[in-house]
Ligand binder design. Sequence first.
Ligand code: BG6
Length: 470
Amino acid sequence: MIHKKLKSFPDSFLWGASTSAYQVEGANSEDGKGPSCQDIKKVPEGTSELDVCADEYHRYKEDIALMAEMGFKAYRFSIAWTRILPHGTGEVNAKGVEYYSNVIDECLKYHIEPIVTMFHFDMPAELDERGSWSKRESVDWFVEYARVLFQNYGDRVKYWLTINEQNVLTLVGPVIGTLRIPEGCTNELKEIYQQNHHMLLAQSKAMALCHEMLPNAKIGPAPNIGVMYPATCSPEDYLAAQNANGLRNWLYLDAAVYGTYNNLAKAWLEEKNAMPDMLEGDEDILKSGKPDYIGFNYYNTGTAQYSDGTEPLTGASSQQENDGFPGLFRGVSNPYLPKTEFGWEIDPTGFRCTMRELYSRYQLPLLVTENGLGAYDTLEEDGTVHDPYRIDYLKKHIEEIRLAISDDVEMMGYLPWSAVDLISTHEGISKRYGFIFVNRDEFDLKDMKRYRKDSFYWYQQLIKSNGTIL
Ligand code: BG6
């Protein structure tokens, strides 16, 4: 659709950015924090440990002041479960509660809306040891934790996000360092989707609890969504793309919004003897919690080709790369798209396709909770960081949001990844995303000083003009 006149970003549009606790905070055993699965995992060779990260735990005031200088209307950060409940359940750590209370107050001081992710890849180590999401009790563990968060921060936090990228945890758990397969398991696929089922139940209960305890708050999921294209216009490739969309995208949102399993994902899981066991009442639980909006992370689209079922496909190899599943689809690269230095395709138009598709499927307001470019940045001698490639990437994606708004998609905000440089999921700090440069290397912590990248000034102007000056 070509619009002669573009609609404007709404005045209430939430411009800002995102981070997650385990990637940015450091101080992972300070002030009573218990270990999470991220703290005890073996990091990929050649990448930094997660004990210091961007030292946000000690520098949040400085960083939030920089976000305010950029003009942020919102800041999405995650709460580390084990700062609040060091053992995952039971004893509450007053110091941890106080820390996020201070972070929230610091945001509010600058009229920055705190947007809280409750769980971003960091299961408490003790609960991990007890079986993590494979245990049915994980649903109760999460609800107990949610209750503590709502009790302590519900007076100031209006926007909540449940589980970051549940689909990534399910499709690519080993890359994120989170997948636990219990000893003696004979059906790994079923086990993975059983864990996914527990997360869906936990999410639904947390959304219902949020509405009960905080009637004025809004809560939503935060999966990683990017539409899957058919590799060609052959009907078989179209079917493959539908399969891929069902398994990668709609399984998570159909459950969150409608409380049902996506029929294509379900049919495939049944075929593979991997449909999770459901207890009586689970269907009601899934329907009991409803999101007020859809948060979603977008990095790129995918492309699917017909698979005859004989290929040795392995499933995802990173959040954004998936070679498919035999008989379901074969993931192929898209010849129309360039790639980042780290091999992820770049597809701004696919962003618009994704927003349109999401809105027409679910008719709920959309909040972009991540989007961004991981790249090698260089700090120059004069303290500048020139990142035109990041500006170009963000600019092209923001243009597509405006087009989506002109398509009558209801957009709430844009929170790219990331506010400040942090440790990537499996490629260290060398893969940077921030507007704010952190002066450290993979193993040399240097002085951790903050520097404003060129993209910092560019984003500042863009926010000031509410998206009109790109
Ligand atoms: C998303 C995650 O998958 O992508 C973030 O929610 C992550 O935690 C981001 O950092 C970018 O991915 P990566 O692997 O480059 O860090």
